[in-house]
Design a protein around this ligand. Structure first.
Ligand SMILES: Cc1cc2nc3c(=O)[nH]c(=O)nc-3n(C[C@H](O)[C@H](O)[C@H](O)COP(=O)(O)OP(=O)(O)OC[C@H]3O[C@@H](n4cnc5c(N)ncnc54)[C@H](O)[C@@H]3O)c2cc1C
Length: 397
């Protein structure tokens, strides 16, 4: 009998898991809260072993074609004067040609289009209750009719609904790293393409991430802060928090804050990790950010989600619904740990805490560019990221 797996979340982990489950002979059903696959455009990285996963899925050529190929990062001071910069080819020379960076919307669309004919997608709905019984898992929904399925998987991100319903409240598993991030698109008044332009002040990072040929680059406003209490559904309250954090800022900050007020794709969240002692409980499991978010801005989340989906589906197919989730955790734990260890350091490199750190960092970047052998030194910075991104062997299943 074909076993049905209900997946909550149609972003990256969800459709990737659905793809592999279908290939292994399961019947995946994906329920997504949003009305459609969300296609907002900030660039995300597919690194190391995750590239092998998208290759095995047959979507690597499409993703390579969408590679944004960021060329440079430029740092500017309050008057807009360039204080430092970096050529990305120098920085990523060890992984160039292998790792991919694509707009997040390109990846979610490719995964959705690749699976939509074989997978039942239900949009604009969400799981209300999950009850495990002898004959399966009984699930009710906000809108749709109840279903009994063989397994439920939460692929519903940092604020996972399945995690809350099955494992407990978010506060037990969420570890804030002390930063917040806002992203939204703006007009491209500076004519940026394939580049990042950023202005660092103590505890704040403002700037743009511009993909080539994109007429609306993604603006970013990130800041350090103790835990903020706010309503996750109240976007105006979140906009106020960002505006307060950037009050009195120089360079383009006032224009960015004004653009944030009217942006219709405004996104705001804490930079947090999810750490859970178990990723499954009976006939329920979590995958991707829902189970082991390595933190926004860490650059590792997409790869963990893709590899996690591959391994979970493979272990369910080879070890069955009872033993599969445990085997998935065994295989994934060291890989997740290696990548989560990098999260805080990667984030701290982006949002610098003190005036001395900003000054030192800009000076070092300035000097570095003139040093002979700078590629070797930069490769040493990138090496731990590459090591973590490849710290798992993929079984063939
Ligand atoms: C602004 C930003 C920048 C990032 N930059 C990078 C980067 O450079 N490199 C990188 O590797 N990663 C980056 N990430 C992280 C990366 O996007 C995530 O780690 C990755 O998307 C994880 O995928 P996921 O499918 O597990 O979760 P998510 O992408 O968070 O998807 C969760 C899905 O579940 C849905 N959902 C939520 N609640 C419910 C519910 N109750 N019912 C049904 N569906 C629900 C959501 O609508 C969403 O579609 C960034 C993330 C953000 C937000």
């Amino acid at each position: 009998m074909t076993r049905t797996v209900l997946i909550s979340g149609a972003s990256i982990a969800g459709p990737a898991l659905a793809y592999w489950l279908h290939r292994h002979g399961f019947r995946p059903v994906v329920v997504e809260r949003a009305a459609a696959v969300r296609g907002n455009g900030y660039p995300i990285d597919i690194r190391g072993t995750a590239v092998d996963v998208v290759d095995r899925m047959g979507v690597l050529p499409q993703l390579r074609a969408a590679h944004v190929d960021t060329q440079r990062i430029t740092f500017v001071d309050a008057s807009g004067r360039r204080t430092a910069g970096m050529n990305m080819d120098d920085m990523m020379s060890t992984t160039a040609g292998h790792d991919i960076e694509v707009p997040r919307g390109a990846l979610t669309s490719v995964l959705y289009e690749h699976t939509r004919n074989d997978v039942e997608y239900v949009f604009d709905d969400s799981i209300s209750t999950i009850e495990q019984g002898d004959d399966g898992v009984h699930v009710t929904f906000r809108r749709g009719r109840p279903r009994t399925v063989d397994l439920v998987v939460g692929a519903d991100g940092l604020h996972s609904n399945v995690r809350r319903l099955v494992f407990g409240p978010e506060r037990e598993f969420r570890h804030d790293l002390g930063f917040y991030f806002a992203g939204f698109s703006t007009d491209n008044s500076r004519g940026l393409a394939r580049e990042v332009m950023a202005h660092n002040t103590p505890g704040r990072l403002a700037g743009w991430y511009a993909v080539g040929g994109q007429d609306r680059p993604t603006a970013m406003l990130a800041f350090a802060s103790p835990e903020l209490r706010y309503d996750h559904t109240d976007l105006d309250q979140q906009r106020d928090l960002v505006a307060q954090a950037f009050a009195g800022g120089g360079w383009e900050v006032p224009r960015l804050v004004a653009a944030m007020r009217t942006a219709d794709d405004f996104f705001f969240d804490s930079v947090s990790q999810i750490r859970m002692p178990h990723w499954s409980a009976g006939r329920a499991a979590v995958v991707g950010d829902a189970g082991y978010a390595p933190a926004l801005l860490s650059g590792q989340g997409t790869s963990l989600a893709l590899v996690g989906a591959y391994v979970l589906a493979g272990e369910l197919a080879s070890a069955g619904l009872t033993d599969g989730p445990g085997r998935y955790a065994e295989r994934m734990r060291p890989f997740v740990a290696a990548n989560q260890r990098l999260g805080p350091a990667n984030v701290k490199r982006m949002v610098l805490r003190s005036r001395a750190q900003v000054r030192m960092s800009m000076r070092m970047l300035g000097v570095l560019n003139r040093l002979p052998g700078k590629e070797r030194m930069l490769a040493r910075v990138v090496a731990p990221i590459h090591r973590a991104a490849t710290a798992i062997d993929l079984p063939a299943y």
